[in-house]
Design a protein around this ligand. Structure first.
Ligand code: EPZ
Length: 426
């Protein structure tokens, strides 16, 4: 187990380059399964979830190799076996995104139920229903889904009862090679979904977002290889924006599309955080500059599917709320159990009242103090790092492997901005 030792109180200043998005790259890797031709992904983040996906795909028999500093070349010539084991699913829920492409390309797959994790039950019933709408037969036995479409998938009409990001992506990944056309209603609008669609179209797929929540797909016989640059990680960018605001700093974040952070930037604006949008230039990617202000106003945040406020930025924003002058509220509408981090935040001095599994109130401004805290999941981990940076004294944060899943070399990026943080082997 590794720990972070963080001594707070230093304003973060400088420029940070945001990595490729975790919640895009894992699906783009899965998309390369749809063709026997090589696919090249650029701007691939060095995070452990990419390594897990790479191992899982290699175990199936696909060739996945790093090329240069930030690229992956994937060639899914043929599969040795069409099986995604419990080990993969237990490590990473996103391994379930292999269901659609394996079914579309090979006509059958046995894949482990990813099960719930720390933020809720997170079933995959909507993914399975979507496959059945496309003509697949799916049986569930002993923790595994046995999916098959011996005569191939056929186009259908999928209407999701509520928005599911990976459910939408699995449906798209299956429909692109189905016979006939598919309509997906109540489809997710997250930018990562459109990044996947862009790569699939470059491979020869025919997909159109005909309305915000409606996708139309015309199945094609086969797909070819493509090159694709992974979009910048809006969640990493949001985390660094909060780091600037809570440490009294001034940070420029490059490599993210500001329009992907709309609802989040509205909240920062409401709280009085000065944000400057930075357009792309000949030498620079787009981004934003975030400077701290003397005081912040409290705010009411309600998480929603995109373009609403991202649930993955809910916990990091709570740290900023502890510094606001008044009572802020959080309503988590996506997950039934994503307020656990408030316990550890409370230990550091935050005044948080959890009203129920989806609602809490945060009173500020409160001084945060260094403590020994334990990370439970990825976004909660980033939250505790932010709190430790804002706190006086020193914090010891254990469970940093959770943070490594989705944040590329977070401590070296923070040190480059002046933070006092280092990693130790406990
Ligand atoms: C994606 O998860 C992201 N993960 C999550 O980010 C993110 O929080 C989530 O979308 C919402 O934006 C990846 O993209 C790898 P959902 P996903 O299906 O697709 C319920 C992070 O920290 N549901 O949109 O699994 C589900 O339980 C992670 O990077 C069903 O009931 O989320 C949840 O309450 C955490 N049945 C809600 O829908 C299903 O079949 C939304 O989940 C599918 C989902």
């Amino acid at each position: 187990m590794q720990k972070f030792i963080v001594t707070g109180g230093t304003p973060l200043r400088g420029e940070v380059r945001i990595a490729g998005a975790k919640n895009a790259v894992l699906k783009l890797m899965a998309a390369s399964v749809l063709t026997s031709e090589p696919c090249l992904l650029r701007n691939v983040p060095r995070i452990s979830d990419v390594m897990i996906m790479r191992e899982t795909m290699t175990d199936i028999g696909f060739d996945v190799r790093r090329v240069g500093a930030d690229a992956l070349r994937i060639t899914a010539t043929d599969a040795d076996w069409l099986f995604v084991p419990l080990e993969a699913a237990a490590k990473m829920r996103a391994s379930f995104i292999l269901l659609g492409p394996l079914l579309a390309r090979f006509g059958r797959v046995i894949i482990s139920n990813p099960g719930g994790d720390r933020i809720g039950r997170r079933p995959v019933d909507l993914h399975v229903a979507a496959m059945e709408s496309l003509g697949a037969r799916v049986e569930y036995k002993n923790g595994y889904y046995f999916a098959q479409a011996p005569s191939g998938l056929r186009g259908g009409h999928i209407e999701f009862p509520y928005v599911t990001v990976m459910g939408t992506e699995n449906a798209v990944l299956a429909a692109v090679l189905a016979r006939g056309s598919t309509v997906i209603d109540n489809a997710a609008q997250e930018p990562e979904v459109d990044d996947l669609i862009a790569m699939l179209c470059a491979m020869g797929a025919r997909i159109e977002r005909v309305a915000p929540h409606r996708l139309e797909i015309k199945g094609v016989e086969s797909l070819g290889g493509a090159e694709h640059a992974v979009m910048g990680d809006r969640l990493e960018a949001g985390t660094f924006a909060i780091a600037a605001a809570v440490t009294g700093g001034d940070v420029t974040v490059r490599g993210v599309a500001p329009e992907h952070l709309g609802a989040f930037l509205e909240v920062l604006d409401c709280m009085g955080v000065p944000v400057e949008i930075l357009p792309p230039s000949e030498t620079d990617a787009p981004g934003l500059r975030v400077r701290a202000a003397g005081t912040y106003a409290p705010v009411a945040v309600e998480t929603q599917p995109y373009p609403g406020f991202a649930t993955d930025l809910q916990a990091p924003t709570a740290v900023l709320m502890t510094q606001a002058d008044g009572v802020s509220t959080i309503h988590e509408t996506i997950y039934e159990d994503r307020l656990d981090y408030t316990t550890e935040l409370g230990k550091m001095g935050a005044v948080i009242e959890v009203l129920d599994e989806r609602h809490c109130q945060i009173a500020g401004p409160t001084a945060l103090h260094g403590r020994e805290v334990e990370i439970a999941d990825l976004r909660a981990g980033a939250t505790l790092v932010l709190a430790a940076l804002a706190a006086s004294e020193t914090s010891v944060i254990s469970g940093v492997e959770h943070v490594d899943r989705g944040y590329e070399q977070i401590e070296s990026k923070l040190v480059a901005l002046g933070a006092q943080i280092h990693r130790i082997d406990a």
